[in-house]
Design a binder for this molecule. Structure first.
Ligand code: ADP
Ligand code: MG
Length: 340
């Protein structure tokens, strides 16, 4: 049963791993594959590049991990979408919230998984396509209103990716935390969405030293709001709203903390605050803690109504096959393992 819910006091988070194919350049420079996926579930770290990696293997827990599903490098975008996100789109049409995160080091395949390309659209676009198809199949489809927001959290500053400009201020109102002035784009079909999202992705903050390249410290959040009217049990017309958040997280290479002590020392060193805060919230949710520290970052404030409780939460950990990324891969798997 893949339905999320309260299990043993904690919230269940579905955790997936996706291995990307080896790039041409990597192969030419002699990279070897250091990851093996068996039965679409088990992940084994095989080779390592350095003596350090070997010591790390001995220190950190094992080299075998298992997840709700693990996707080998031949997995299609559609398979990833169907396994990880399709149920959340269903849930949104029942008025429930959900969120899907891509986590991993820079270059591991997060943006490919979330946004994808025109030829191979990713989770964001496939979710919109599926959503519009499902709405069309409903007898009362004229009722449904779909709005999109696309925003970025960079250095604890929130920006509108659909209408770049000044930073947005987060306010608390009766609906929860909202980014004041954020564009709510009314979407009518899938066709317009890919272009819109690609444009938005272009608007993500770039590292000053590497123009044209998206900053590895930027979190991109697509929020899809679906609003519709239904008749309740006593035949009254009621409004329902469901919200799906799809998040392309900042690169995890700067947040390698695997225990509380390193976590604190990293926080002192101006490491990505939102990524650390998300880790803390997820760990608190999984452990069934009463207090979830949503207030600690902009990212977690924005996602407060979409994480834990009755919400569906999905994590896709992206990894590179190259033995030169062994350390990053192991850290990502270890982090993902703790989110289960
Ligand atoms: P990230 O966003 O995590 O930094 P990207 O999504 O930009 O990483 O991926 C790095 C490179 O690998 C890109 O050139 C991308 O097109 C390619 N890539 C990633 N995942 C896949 C995949 N599943 N299939 C084919 N190419 C991929
Ligand atoms: Mg990226």
């Amino acid at each position: 049963n893949k339905q999320n819910g309260e299990i043993g006091g904690g919230s269940r988070i579905l955790v997936f791993v996706r291995l990307r194919p080896m790039g041409k350049k990597e192969r030419e420079s002699g990279s070897r594959c250091c990851v093996r996926i068996v039965n679409r579930r088990d992940v084994y770290l095989t080779e390592f590049a350095t003596e350090n990696d070997y010591l790390r293997l001995k220190r950190l827990r094992g080299r075998h991990f298992t997840f709700d599903a693990s996707f080998p490098d031949s997995t299609t975008q559609l398979e990833v979408y169907s396994t990880t996100t399709a149920e959340l789109v269903e849930a949104v049409l029942e008025g429930r919230n959900g969120s899907v995160f891509c986590y991993g080091a820079t270059g591991a395949g997060k943006t490919y998984t979330m946004l994808g390309t025109v030829e191979n659209p990713g989770v964001m676009v496939l979710a919109m396509k599926d959503l519009f198809n499902k709405i069309r199949q409903r007898s009362c489809d004229g009722n449904h209103v779909v709005h999109l927001s696309y925003l970025e959290v960079y250095n604890e500053t929130v920006r509108d990716l659909l209408s770049p400009g000044r930073p947005l201020v987060l306010r608390e109102d009766k609906q929860g935390i909202v980014a004041a002035g954020l564009t709510q784009y009314r979407a009518y079909s899938t066709d317009e969405v890919m272009a819109l999202l690609q444009q938005g992705n272009q608007n993500r903050t770039t590292e000053p030293t590497r123009a044209n390249e998206t900053s590895s410290r930027s979190h991109a959040i697509l929020q899809v709001m679906v609003e519709y009217r239904v008749k309740d049990a006593s035949n009254n017309v009621v409004n329902r709203v469901g919200k799906l958040s799809l998040i392309d997280l900042a690169g995890s290479e700067r947040a390698l903390a695997t225990d509380q002590r390193t976590l604190r020392s990293l926080e002192g060193a101006n490491i990505n605050k939102s990524l650390l805060a998300l880790s803390s919230c997820i760990n608190a949710l999984v452990e069934g803690k009463k207090h979830i520290p949503f207030r600690n970052s902009k990212l977690t404030q924005l996602l407060k109504d979409s994480l834990g409780g009755a919400c569906n939460t999905v994590m896709i950990a992206n990894i590179s096959p190259s033995n030169h990324s062994f350390g990053e891969t192991q850290n990502t798997l270890h982090w993902a393992d703790r989110a289960k």
